[in-house]
Design a protein around this ligand. Structure first.
Ligand SMILES: Nc1ncnc2c1ncn2[C@@H]1O[C@H](COP(=O)(O)OP(=O)(O)O)[C@@H](O)[C@H]1O
Ligand SMILES: [Mg+2]
Length: 255
């Protein structure tokens, strides 16, 4: 297993956002996490990434338990990509600075290798090497998301958590970024926790689908099972709520 969470509970004051949630993610697969707004998806992402501490429960990365105080190595193993790439891109820094910062901080490559590694990272996300001299505002939203992805990959994580990474993008751009995630997963042997409220996106990206509601896990099924024969009534409700689509052939209509 790439990741296991056991009985995770997170409370915000008196409100329980994650309620004894348990979930596994297999190595080198993509788990698509879906659920209505407020169901606790981002809270789960943040607690796995170590941005907030759980009130209860356990997180294992591989066979290692991640405790409240994580090592630098454990921090770099899990990288997060957000809906808004600007959150992780300093507007005053060139792309070269943005990509080399983490490389140097985590000693990923020696100083003399930084330039070469930055170019390789841009190639990975299918951007031109001359982009290194530019600044974030010179790129489109989709390109900025690619830069944020390159930055998260710079530290060679084993697990990527993407929280609605394509939700702010146009549909055509969205598709190309989803393809990039699929390519990267295969090439870099990543495990991916991919959060989206959009079932079309979940269909395009997932090997396995998990459904959350009110801080709990409702269902976890293979993609095919989820889209063809979901186990839980709530999953069927989600699927039937997909707008402007005929009742027949659930799988085809989401492509
Ligand atoms: N920092 C916070 N303080 C208080 N309540 C929060 C905080 N973050 C999230 N919540 C609440 O927790 C619930 C789950 O939020 P979130 O994890 O963001 O859900 P999702 O990503 O599925 O939309 C929501 O009801 C939200 O209002
Ligand atoms: Mg969210």
């Amino acid at each position: 297993m790439a990741l296991q969470v056991h009985n995770l509970t997170v409370r915000y004051g008196g409100f329980t956002a994650l309620d004894k949630l348990s979930l596994n993610l297999e190595q080198h697969t993509t788990l698509g996490l879906v659920g209505e707004s407020g169901s606790g998806k981002s809270t789960l992402a943040r607690v796995i990434a170590g941005l907030i501490a759980p009130d209860e429960g356990k997180i294992l990365l591989g066979s290692q338990e991640l405790r409240k105080k994580r090592s630098l190595y454990q921090h770099k193993q899990i990288q997060m990509i957000f809906q808004n790439p600007d959150a992780s891109l300093n507007p005053k820094h060139s792309i070269r600075q943005i990509l080399s910062e983490a490389l140097l901080f985590h000693n990923i490559v020696s100083r003399s290798q930084v330039e070469k590694r930055c170019q390789e990272l841009l190639a990975l996300v299918q951007l031109e090497a001359r982009s290194l001299d530019k600044y974030p505002h010179e790129f489109s939203g989709g390109q900025r998301q690619r830069i944020a992805i390159a930055r998260s990959l710079s530290v060679e994580p084993s697990l990527l958590i993407a929280d609605e990474p394509t939700s702010a993008l146009d549909v055509s751009v969205q598709r190309s970024v989803l393809e990039l995630f699929n390519t990267l997963k295969a090439e870099l042997h990543l495990s991916l926790l991919f959060i989206s409220h959009d079932l079309g996106v979940i269909h395009a990206i997932s090997d396995t689908v998990a459904v959350m509601r009110q801080g709990k896990l409702v269902e976890k099924s293979s993609k095919d099972q989820f889209f063809i024969r979901p186990e839980h009534e709530y999953s069927r409700e989600l699927l039937s709520a997909v707008p402007k689509m005929p009742k027949t052939s659930t799988t085809r209509r989401l492509l």
